[in-house]
Design a protein around this ligand. Structure first.
Ligand SMILES: N[C@@H](CCC(=O)N[C@@H](CS)C(=O)NCC(=O)O)C(=O)O
Length: 423
């Protein structure tokens, strides 16, 4: 039987359990360490005076076209600055950005003082300046793969956004998608390795953003397992999961299932019992989800995942309590209860050797509100998010069954980054 402790740890106690890191060490790790979503400058060991590139990308790392350019820069280790911009779906577009790019579209990139928009044109400008990533976008081996990626993309949109229900109505769209995914597998199988060309190249970068979103959204809205149905695509993802560059930009099923509807216009669920079950598992756990349609990663959780999750919450806890509708907005007493509940969840996450401390009454919905808004990789890595969602849910379920409000589908203004920017 686990030993019991009476109270959750204080924020100070929790901070002491985290690896000692000054603000300067943290910024240094973001600049020079592995790919991460929080960095505002990436140097790869070069002096800041050598930076020729500024990437404008969205705050939440939801934009697939931004992910493409981001990955390319990380793979080529080109020093660059990052300026983050709000997407229409979660807040108001910054006026300074509209002065540079009047449409507000992302990504954009400044190279030697010249602005480029449209992700493919951005990559071509980068190729001219820094050379291709193994093979260029116009290379005869890469160009047809880009066309194939667009065919797969159209088949996915057709199935995801226009086909509700199962059976006769959606079968042609599903079959067409499966045929296109089969062509992608054939392309992957022409090389002896896991990638589209003998080595990792721009062709892989082109496919990453949408294959990642297809994997998540087809599981959630159709109950379809892209990786279990298509072994060559599964091998490709598994090889990507060996690259720190990809891991730094990798999102998870929950994030994509809920960031796509406002971006795509809508995502239609098939409504089959299996689809509903998969969606519920993705939303409510337990994590990692054990289901053949839910292969988010084949990597085990790294040793520091719990500390990573805890350090993000410790850093932002005051703001998290302020934006949570079950926290400060309900008054100081509710905020104090939710504060205690959050510390209970983190205490259990960091000290699993002790019996969990039950959270204050009435905090289940507030804990689940936060559980549902962890955004990967904006806030933390996939593994850290799994552990944190699990800890929040375990804590919530010990005190009640109330869920937070359903996530909106027309917009995601519940994710407005504004209150967090000062940090
Ligand atoms: N063809 C463009 C598409 C870019 C695009 O659709 N960007 C979306 C985000 S994924 C956007 O900026 N939308 C405006 C917004 O959401 O604020 C490209 O390849 O760069």
């Amino acid at each position: 039987m686990a030993a019991a402790i009476a109270d959750p740890l204080s924020w100070e106690d929790l901070r002491e359990l985290l690896p000692l890191q000054s603000e300067e060490q943290l910024q240094q790790a973001r600049r020079e360490g592995p790919t991460n979503a929080q960095a505002r400058l990436r140097l790869f060991g070069r002096p800041e005076s050598e930076v020729r590139v500024t990437l404008y990308r969205d705050h939440h790392a939801w934009c697939p076209y931004c992910q493409k350019v981001w990955l390319w820069l990380e793979e080529k280790r080109i020093p660059y600055r990052i300026r983050k911009v709000t997407m229409f779906c979660y807040g108001e577009k910054e006026r300074w950005y509209k002065q540079i790019v009047p449409s507000g579209m992302l990504p954009a990139l400044e190279l030697d003082g010249r602005l480029h928009t449209e992700s493919d044109q951005i990559l071509q400008a980068l190729e001219q300046a820094f050379g291709p990533l193994e093979a260029g976008l116009s290379d005869p081996d890469v160009f047809p793969l880009r066309q194939l990626e667009r065919r797969l993309f159209r088949a996915w949109c057709q199935w995801l956004c226009y086909c509700e229900g199962e059976g006769a109505h959606s079968a042609p769209a599903e079959q067409h998608f499966a045929r296109m995914a089969g062509l992608v597998e054939e392309a992957l199988e022409t090389t002896s390795g896991p990638f589209f060309l003998p080595r990792f190249s721009s062709a892989d970068v082109i496919f990453i953003p949408y294959l990642e979103r297809m994997n998540a959204s087809l599981a959630y809205y159709k109950g379809y397992g892209l990786r279990s149905e298509h072994p060559a695509i599964d091998r490709w993802f598994s090889a990507l999961e060996q690259r720190s560059t990809y891991l730094g930009t990798q999102s998870d099923f929950h994030t994509h299932a809920h960031d796509l509807p406002p971006q795509m216009g809508c995502c239609l669920a098939s409504g089959s019992p299996e689809q509903r079950r998969v969606a519920q598992l993705i939303d409510q756990g337990p994590w990692p989800v054990e289901h053949p349609a839910v292969i988010e990663t084949r990597q085990p959780a790294p040793a520091g995942a719990a500390l990573e999750a805890a350090s993000r919450i410790v850093r932002h806890h005051a703001r998290l309590l302020a934006v949570n509708p079950f926290g400060l907005q309900q008054g100081p007493e509710a905020a104090a209860r939710l504060d205690g509940a959050l510390r209970c969840a983190l205490t259990a996450l960091l000290q699993p050797q002790f019996a969990p401390v039950p959270p204050p009454e009435g905090t289940a919905a507030g804990l689940r509100y936060l559980r549902d808004r962890i955004s990967v990789p904006r806030d933390m890595s996939l593994h850290a998010a799994r552990l944190l969602r699990g800890a929040l849910e375990a804590c919530a379920s010990s005190v009640g069954s109330e869920q937070g409000p359903a996530l909106p589908i027309q917009h995601r203004r519940d994710q407005n980054p504004e209150p967090f920017l000062a940090a």
